[in-house]
Design a protein around this ligand. Structure first.
Ligand SMILES: Nc1ncnc2c1ncn2[C@@H]1O[C@H](COP(=O)(O)OP(=O)(O)OP(=O)(O)O)[C@@H](O)[C@H]1O
Length: 473
């Protein structure tokens, strides 16, 4: 492939692949599927070996590297590490075969931006390349050439390369007025990341408005999001401000965007593209200037294929994407997170617990954490609550982890098989959850009224709600 002079409009991808057939599929994908701006040109440089790729990197500017893991000679992982040591701005996508998940996980640990599996799925491949291209542009535009450690945030705990990658992306996202999509399993910290972006952005003095796309009923969603004017429909006795309007001047965090009904997706796209919206029943368009951050725990490409999510909205949101790996894939973070939560709950409960035994840490690291950081936080909260002395032992942790598993399956009188303290805790937890739910149902989700009826301060009621109801997700 010809090497052209480098200008800002040429984006150069270095593909490191020794299999001719796969190179062919890759070329066709870039030609046919990759969305690009009108005047954007994508240049491809192909190297069959990592050693050759390093030479290309010395000779010219490369914006994105896509490398097979298994290569003759130096491996793709080693190449990734060398690139990281030279220039952290170049995103690296790693290619591995289906069934070699371990390799992909290893690559993410070493700081890969993303990974794709062979055989290639063309739409998925194009979406991942597109995302990496936009990130690369931002990093090259705003970051000075840098080696070594990116900055870390005190609220986002972690030492793994994956979390450091997330940290760098938070910085990059905060600096540009671009829509950001955060992808990750439940409890991985998506909302925390969204708040971190907001706090570092130009919109930090405005509101941080959460829009939970799972909570609207089909009939009310439009007016909830966009607001309505008086008389727009039966029961609209006054004007009502929509959630989107409440976020103007700040950040709108669209949680679980994958659940937004299709007709609303079209309207949202309009807001994103035109920067304006119209309340239900109104003839007037209103300017909406806000930062949009969306989050999902579903693979949106799958929803696009099933025609459940608009492709244009997906590409629009996916411009700046942050993928947060599940906790089991970054177990280096577990000891630090566990100690962080231990110290937090020690202060909160006014207890003196200052040691997490190394064998307890080993148990925590070995556990798969289906509920991710939120589950770890809950386990550490219980561990501190139940601790008798100044230390949390291996037995304490084993009991809680088994309990967590049992609790998931628990129904009816399952607590009778548990030790007294744990049984009591479980019954109290179930009671709180049912009580809060029934009060909220009774008042159609109005927290102020529900808290009044329960005879609790609103803030306390809200705290119980946050603790018990969010964990059900
Ligand atoms: N890296 C981290 N460091 C410190 N705390 C974290 C980290 N990641 C997550 N948490 C904590 O874990 C809990 C769950 O995080 P958060 O609500 O942001 O997850 P989420 O991905 O948005 O979950 P969901 O998809 O269920 O809404 C919060 O208490 C958050 O502060």
């Amino acid at each position: 492939m010809s090497i052209k002079p480098v200008t800002d409009k040429i984006f150069t991808i270095l593909l490191v692949e020794d299999n001719g057939g796969d190179v062919e599929v890759f070329l066709r994908t870039v030609e046919a599927e990759l969305p690009r701006e009108a005047d954007e040109q994508v240049d491809l440089v192909i190297a069959a070996r990592a050693e050759g790729a390093l030479k290309v990197l010395e000779d010219r500017r490369i914006d994105l590297v896509i490398t097979e893991v298994r290569l003759p000679g130096m491996s793709g992982i080693e190449l990734l590490q060398r690139i990281q040591a030279r220039d952290r701005r170049i995103p690296v996508i790693v290619i591995s075969r289906v069934g070699t998940v371990d390799t992909a996980v290893e690559a993410m640990r070493c700081g890969a931006f993303d990974y794709v599996t062979k055989p290639f799925e063309r739409l998925d491949l194009a979406a991942r390349i597109h995302r990496a291209m936009r990130i690369s542009e931002i990093l090259f535009r705003y970051e000075p050439p840098q080696k070594g450690e990116p900055q870390t945030f005190k609220e986002l705990i972690g030492v793994s390369p994956a979390i450091r990658n997330v940290t760098a992306l938070i910085e990059a996202a905060a600096r540009v007025q671009s829509t950001t999509l955060i992808i990750g399993e439940t409890g991985t910290g998506k909302e925390l990341i969204a708040r971190a972006i907001h706090e570092r952005s130009a919109e930090r003095d405005g509101p941080f408005q959460v829009v939970d796309c799972t909570t609207f009923s089909e009939g009310t969603v439009e007016s909830e999001l966009f607001g309505h004017v008086r008389g727009a429909f039966t029961g609209a006795v006054g004007d009502k401000l929509g959630l989107i309007e409440r976020g103007i001047g700040g950040t709108l965090f669209l949680d679980e965007i994958g659940d937004l009904p299709l007709p609303l997706q079209a309207k949202l796209l309009r807001v994103l593209e035109e920067g304006e919206m119209r309340a239900v029943g109104s003839v007037q368009m209103k300017k909406v200037s806000a930062r949009f951050i969306a989050a999902t725990n579903q693979e949106l490409t799958e929803k696009v294929k099933r025609n459940e999510f608009r492709k244009d909205l997906f590409f629009r949101l996916n411009v700046m994407a942050i993928r947060v790996p599940p906790l089991r894939e970054r177990s280096q973070d577990i000891p630090l997170l566990a100690r962080h939560f231990m110290s937090r709950y020690t202060k909160e409960f006014g207890k003196y617990v200052n040691e997490l035994h190394p064998s307890a840490v080993t148990e925590l690291v070995a556990y798969p954490w289906p509920g991710n950081v939120r589950e770890l936080r809950n386990v550490m909260e219980r561990a501190v609550m139940l601790a008798n002395g100044d230390r949390i032992s291996q037995e304490d942790v084993i009991g809680l982890l088994q309990f967590t598993d049992q609790a998931k399956r628990a129904q009816g009188d399952d607590y009778l098989s548990l030790p007294y303290a744990k049984a009591k805790e479980k019954v109290l937890e179930d009671f709180s959850r049912r009580y809060i739910k029934s009060k909220l149902d009774h008042h159609q989700g109005n927290v102020t009224h529900a808290a009044q009826e329960a005879g609790l301060p609103r803030s306390y009621f809200h705290e119980i709600m946050r603790r018990y109801l969010r964990d059900e997700k």
